[in-house]
Design a protein around this ligand. Structure first.
Ligand code: ADP
Ligand code: MG
Length: 530
């Protein structure tokens, strides 16, 4: 056999891979790249604050610094937990390095976000990335200038220094230079910040755009959502590779029985014995000595076993009905808001919770389709709206059933999916795939929130009908009052004043009759009558 000597094999680093495929992580063109860079950095800032019980203050500024090439300087400052100096180079300079590879709900989850920003940054311009950080409790501020060595997937450090931190400030400031397209991304960036703010009314944001406009989004409440807790994997979410990985990284020399009990949720002594019996594995086998056959048998049994409690929802952090209501009220000033947080459910061993909010009327512009606000793990999803399962569900809802009669109506539908594993359609995290269990919950959440809308619209219609009824009666009041006055009055001069008195009395009677206690309404209605 002769081998084809032209065939050449090579291996590339993860950094090289994402540099070659920037569109996979949302960097398909300068406009998308600018938006995605704002988004990844804002998400990191929020992950460094709210889940650590810090009320977030985030400042974003974008400056155009090169008029010829469209180069922007993006600066993000937060008051988060900061980053220990020894991990800064890897956190920013090594693709697939993260503090979030645990089972709990965070915005970031791939260890990719900010590195994708850097890779893109250094592809089209030469300035390094700058980080300034002071970890919570540290008395120093650390300063770095970095790039990524793409072929080795390692940080290159151009500068590192530190100074004393006299103010007690903690947090992170990063500065990155990007070739972008502000005019094309402007609307999406503003939309992204506004939507982030709706779902985090406990945060304050300042945004300075390249045109010099400054927008301040004030904190509306000091109430933070309950932070997520780190949990162990659920047996339904386990596959052969995960089981091997767990065994290889064990800190203790367990027998397989203790391994199952200690490293998984929902497995107690009895369950462990039962699983091992079904898999034909002896309880005293050391976990590290399990054969490939035994491992695959164990996974098979665990997948089929029907008596596990569902996965724990402690790892999730919903916003809650109160905060959703606050956010929608603040941004839309509607006539009605309602919200619903569903009970935890699971798909493929991953817990999830869906919440929904509905806002109607007020300052919301009417249109033929509701404004849909999609969120996953507190991140607003702004692109690829129509391929998202949330959109699909909203599209299937018949709003007339909830009392909407017009063709154009002022309605906002917000849906938030929380999960330790959001089934995104791509690593750019812009739309959620159709998973049957999730789809159902989205539908139920919207429907319960919408029931409040139905009640509100019914009540409003009742009031409207009463108003109309009152108007009909009132048309006759002046005439009736005058006729009665003519009857009653002892002389000509009294008629006018008597008519006025009677008119007032009649209005009172009619108002009471239709359940309206505001006599001044009559003056307002008079205009409508004539
Ligand atoms: P991910 O967010 O998916 O973990 P990133 O590449 O965006 O991946 O970030 C890598 C890591 O850097 C994070 O896991 C976090 O530990 C750290 N990090 C990034 N930005 C900040 C920040 N503003 N404050 C604190 N830590 C941060
Ligand atoms: Mg991130």
């Amino acid at each position: 056999m002769s081998s084809d000597s032209k065939e050449r094999f090579a291996s590339i680093s993860p950094a090289e891979f994402f540099k070659r495929n920037p569109e996979l992580v949302g960097f398909s063109n300068p406009s998308r790249a600018l938006y995605q860079s704002v988004r990844e950095t804002v998400e990191n800032s929020l992950d460094a604050t709210d889940i650590h019980l810090i009320l977030p203050s985030v400042k974003v500024s974008l400056d155009r610094i090169d008029l010829e090439k469209e180069v922007y300087r993006l600066t993000i400052e937060d008051n988060g937990i900061g980053i220990p100096p020894q991990v800064v180079p890897n956190a920013f300079g090594k693709v697939l390095y993260s503090s979030k590879y645990t089972i709990r709900q965070t915005r970031g989850m791939y260890g990719l976000g900010v590195k994708a920003v850097l890779l893109y940054s250094q592809m089209y311009q030469d300035r390094p990335f700058e980080v300034q950080t002071s970890p919570r409790g540290s008395n120093r501020v650390y300063y770095f200038k970095l790039k990524i060595d793409i072929s080795r997937n390692e940080p290159i450090i151009f500068h590192r220094s530190s100074i004393e931190n006299p103010t007690g400030w903690h947090g992170t400031i990063i500065t990155v230079y990007l070739v972008g397209d502000w005019l094309r991304s402007k609307q999406k960036i503003y939309e992204y910040i506004k939507r982030t703010y709706i779902l985090s009314p406990y945060a304050e944001f300042t945004f300075r755009d390249p045109e010099g406009n400054i927008t301040y989004y004030p904190r509306v409440t000091n109430k933070l959502p309950r932070p997520p807790e780190e949990v162990k994997p659920h047996p339904y979410g386990v596959d052969i590779e995960l089981l091997k990985y767990l065994i290889a990284t064990l800190r203790y020399q367990y027998d397989v029985r203790s391994f199952l009990i200690n490293e998984f949720q929902s497995i107690g002594e009895i369950t462990a014995e039962e699983i091992l019996k079904q898999a034909g594995v002896s309880s005293s086998t050391p976990a590290s000595k399990l054969t490939d056959d035994q491992i695959s048998k164990l996974v098979e049994v665990m997948k089929k076993y029907e008596k596990f409690r569902p996965p724990s929802a402690d790892a999730l952090s919903t916003l809650g009905e109160e905060l959703i209501t606050i956010g929608l009220n603040k941004v839309f000033s509607p006539d009605m808001v309602s919200a619903e947080t569903r009970k935890p459910k699971a798909y493929q061993g991953h817990p999830f919770i869906v919440e929904a909010g509905i806002a109607y009327g007020g300052a919301i512009p009417p249109s033929e389709f509701p404004i849909v606000l999609r969120y996953a793990n507190k991140i607003p999803l702004v692109y690829d709206e129509k391929s998202d399962v949330i959109w699909k569900v909203v599209e299937e809802i018949d709003w007339r059933r909830y009392g909407i009669e017009e063709n154009q109506f002022p309605l906002v539908v917000l849906v938030h999916l929380c999960s330790t594993k959001v089934p995104y359609k791509s690593a750019g995290k812009e739309s959620i795939a159709d998973v049957e269990e999730i789809e159902k919950e989205i539908k139920f959440a919207i429907m319960s929130a919408a029931r409040q809308l139905r009640l509100f619209l019914l009540e409003r219609k009742k009031q409207e009908d009463e108003r109309k009824r009152m108007l009909t009666y009132m048309k006759y009041i002046p005439e009736l009052a005058r006729s009665l006055a003519v009857f009653e009055a002892s002389n000509e001069n009294e008629i006018d004043s008597r008519a006025k008195e009677l008119e007032k009395k009649l209005i009172e009677i009619v108002s009471k009759k239709v359940g309206l206690n505001d006599p001044t309404l009559y003056d307002k209605l008079k205009v409508e009558i004539s």
